[in-house]
Design a protein around this ligand. Structure first.
Ligand code: DGY
Length: 422
């Protein structure tokens, strides 16, 4: 079977009926950005199914505009923490935080691909995406700093990145109590966050329950508040794509509002710039402290359309690659906190590579874009459709038969890349 066929088969097998599981057992529900990437994969062979994925994702939208990070479509004892822990009281049941908003950029791509016939579906999605982006700008950046804060590491989508270590170290876990994790019975615990990290994730979650998921109380008084280059840059790109959609769909009444979000973020990104590191770093908004080293999301500046500091970023990207075998390690491979297999502490993620590669290509950094794309293809050829990859050995790690990796394979046309590594 060709890898294209295999990727299509993975998407179909993980299709749970209008929405796609990231992978069975480890993630048995609908996850927000996983679904958006799934739509891009489906769009290469079943455009109708691609739109349905976006529509089911947006069905989970809260009345305040937030699109939650997990939609719990059914009970499943294989996952912890489920809906009874989150206690959000929504229908469908969902978690109480969001996730990187890639969906508007996906909707733009679907509409560009499909043309006028898809306009009604794009229009229906547009109003919901607008409300979601507005929620991010007012509830995750209420002081208009121009940087988007994660109120939980899961909200940034990069669960146990070293970016959060300092902020997590002051989270009080004394009220967490006992619980049974399920993730470590599905994959090797050495690839998953530690018990200490999990306790902290649950303590932050419990704060959300205690304030009935009031987003501003979470922002102002919650135990964790870190401005994330990943969320900030993905939303900035998504806002530009939303503006494109507004223009295409004749929704000009809101164009000014969206343009103001773009301008605020373009200025606000400076807050994340670290002269010492030569890149954009996570910033703890409670203490004012920057992350100790760069994460791969720093390179999403290109994707966000920020080019002022291209030279320093390109140097760092080359350095990351020189210290591993494959681009792009999720955390600086030269830093002592780098860990090649423990989830987001250094491993390579095909979806992040896809966004970085797209941004580099958009900004004319063609050699680096080609390198990231080729490395991604080699990793998937060698390591299978894994959740993520060891940047040193190339081994596929975490969950297997993974939706978003299969989606990237198809959407980025990776079968074009020769199988021999350059
Ligand atoms: C998990 O359960 O590991 C997820 O990443 C939370 O979203």
């Amino acid at each position: 079977m060709s890898l294209d066929d295999r990727a299509r088969q993975i998407l179909r097998d993980n299709d749970a009926g209008g929405f796609t599981l990231p992978t069975k057992r480890l993630y048995p529900f609908q996850w927000n950005w996983d679904s958006a990437f799934a739509a891009l994969g489906f769009a290469t062979f079943d455009l109708d199914r691609a739109w349905t994925e976006i529509e089911t994702l947006l069905e989970g939208q809260w009345s305040n505009g937030m699109v939650p990070h997990i939609i719990f479509r059914k009970e499943d004892p294989d996952y912890f923490p489920g809906p009874s822990v989150w206690q959000t009281g929504t229908e469908p049941p969902s978690s109480g935080i969001s996730q990187p908003p890639v969906a508007a950029s996906v909707v733009r791509r679907l509409l560009e691909q499909a043309g006028d016939a898809s306009e009604p579906r794009a229009r229906a999605a547009f109003g919901k995406l607008l409300a979601w982006h507005r929620w991010f700008h007012t509830q995750r950046d209420p002081d208009r700093l121009g940087v988007i804060a994660a109120t939980h590491p899961w909200e940034a989508g990069r669960d146990n990145s070293p970016d959060w270590d300092e902020a997590l170290s002051s989270v009080d876990t004394s009220g967490v109590g006992s619980y049974e994790r399920r993730d470590t019975s599905h994959v090797d615990p050495s690839m998953r966050p530690t018990k200490q990290d999990y306790d902290r994730y649950l303590a932050i979650l419990k704060f959300g329950v205690a304030v009935a998921w009031d987003p501003l109380r979470i922002y102002r008084n919650g135990p964790f508040l870190v401005a994330d280059p990943g969320l900030t840059f993905i939303l900035l790109r998504a806002d530009r794509d939303l503006l494109w959609l507004a223009d295409r769909l004749g929704e000009m009444a809101v164009a000014e509002e969206i343009a103001s979000w773009v301008a605020t973020a373009e200025a606000g990104a400076d807050r994340l710039w670290s002269e010492d590191l030569g890149g954009y770093a996570a910033l703890d908004l409670k203490t004012g402290q920057s992350a100790p080293a760069l994460s791969s999301v720093a390179f999403l500046a290109f994707y966000a359309g920020l080019t002022d500091r291209a030279a320093a970023l390109c140097e760092n990207l080359k350095r990351f690659r020189a210290r591993s075998s494959y681009a792009v390690a999720s955390f600086d491979p030269g830093n002592s906190r780098f860990d090649a297999v423990r989830y987001w502490r250094g491993s390579v993620w095909a979806v992040i590579n896809f966004l970085i590669g797209q941004g580099l290509a958009d900004q004319g950094q063609i050699d680096l874009a080609d390198m990231v794309r080729a490395d991604t293809a080699h990793l998937i050829r060698g390591g299978g459709f894994a959740e993520y990859y060891d940047p040193v050995t190339g081994r596929g790690v975490g969950g297997q038969t993974f939706t978003w990796t299969a989606a990237v394979w198809l959407a980025w046309g990776l079968s074009d890349i020769e199988s021999t590594q350059s």
